[in-house]
Design a protein around this ligand. Structure first.
Ligand SMILES: Cc1ncc(COP(=O)(O)O)c(C=O)c1O
Length: 367
């Protein structure tokens, strides 16, 4: 048997007729860029997030950049980010002209460590941009308290966390703004690029609504340089449709994770990510930490099971960020994680037979 990491085409093929009629509807209405299908998605996603206001944009990277801009962050400002993330988190800070300050993560949850953030706060810190890595949640209460005390916004990078929850509260509802990616492999994936910012602050969403459409005033003037970061109509229509299956998808992902955890049975050679009590992981990725990653990947490959290395190099060791070396020197927890982490197939449309096959391989791993 061969088990791939992603089986995105299965979802399309299962719902092909519905998608084809949706494409037809969008094309006949000619609402190609922004427009009514995108408005509908913004409303639906806002309702899903318990009434937050939402601005749909063209990617998760755009969402991060626009959220930072909306909070007025720019040259001379510092933004604390985890190094354990995809480079887009820190790149978005650089795009505003601000400086990313890299913090280490917690050893068990692999999420941004509030104690490390506290050490890095200065009068120049203008925001904390936390990442819900792999679909787990960072310590929302601790980081909220810390940012509130400092009088700065907490921005959630929810690119990997659509569908995660803590005591029934959805990822994206803990900070002053939350940025989502709808890249096709994400839990809520578009048929191309997509992203969104959600916020309880109307002025932040209004600023983003303006900036993403060239910052044109109603009178036709432009007082600041704007951007073209709108969502396409097709993506708005697809995402509204897919939002209806996000919850069963995430439940299925948790079912798959439970089967893998049972198969691992505490094997110390393959360490899973810990969640805090009350957290429902969204499992964008099911990731294991293993000392001999090469050996484990070869073992899986011999059985026809695809694996991945989410991000082989932490941000603070990336050439692009060499100018922003961590104030604390090394970030040992992040470095230990990124040299050992490996993801295994966990797509919700993998069959029970495929999940059983992967589970049996996990159960048989002896190093
Ligand atoms: C944590 C994180 N932040 C931001 C992004 C950027 O999202 P996009 O690819 O939609 O620009 C990603 C995408 O993979 C991500 O994983």
């Amino acid at each position: 048997m061969r088990v791939p990491m992603y089986v995105l085409e299965r979802e399309y093929l299962q719902n092909r007729e519905a998608y084809l009629s949706l494409f037809d509807e969008v094309c006949r209405s000619a609402q190609f860029a922004d427009g009514s299908f995108v408005r509908r998605f913004e409303e639906a996603f806002g309702a899903y997030l318990g009434g937050r206001r939402v601005s749909a944009v063209n990617s998760g990277t755009d969402a991060l950049f626009l959220a930072l801009k909306a909070f007025g962050i720019g040259p001379g400002d510092e933004v604390i980010v985890p190094s354990a993330t995809f480079t887009a988190t820190a790149a978005a800070v650089c795009m505003t002209g601000a400086t990313p300050v890299f913090a280490d993560c917690e050893p068990d949850t692999w999420e941004l460590d509030p104690a490390q953030v506290r050490l890095l706060l200065t009068s120049g810190t203008k925001a904390v941009l936390g990442v819900h890595l792999y679909g787990n949640l960072f310590d929302t209460a601790a980081l909220k308290k810390l940012t509130e005390d400092a009088g700065i916004p907490l921005i959630e990078d929810c690119a990997q966390a659509s569908g995660a929850e803590e005591n029934g509260v959805k990822a994206g509802c803990f900070g002053d703004a939350a940025c989502f990616s709808f890249y096709p492999t994400k839990n809520l994936g578009a048929f191309g690029e997509g992203g969104a910012v959600a916020s309880p602050l109307p002025e932040i969403v209004e600023t983003i609504n303006s900036l993403k459409k060239h910052a044109r005033t109603p009178e036709g003037d432009h007082t600041v340089p704007g951007y073209n970061m709108r969502m396409d109509g097709i993506q708005g229509a697809v995402l509204t449709q897919k939002l209806g299956t996000l919850e069963p998808f995430v439940r299925r992902k948790n079912e798959i994770a439970d089967r893998y955890l049972a198969a691992l049975n505490g094997n110390p050679l393959l360490v899973p990510q810990k969640t805090r009590p009350g957290v429902r992981h969204a499992y964008h990725l099911f990731v294991l930490k293993t000392d001999d990653r090469g050996r484990f990947r070869r073992y899986m490959e011999e059985r026809g099971i695809e694996t991945g290395v989410p991000y082989p190099v932490p941000c603070h060791l990336q050439t692009v960020f060499a100018a922003y070396l961590p104030r604390t020197g090394a970030l040992p927890v992040t470095e230990a994680l990124f040299s050992r982490c490996v993801s295994i197939p966990s797509h919700p449309l993998l069959t029970d037979a495929e999940i059983l096959y992967v589970s049996e391989a996990l159960a048989g791993y002896r190093g």
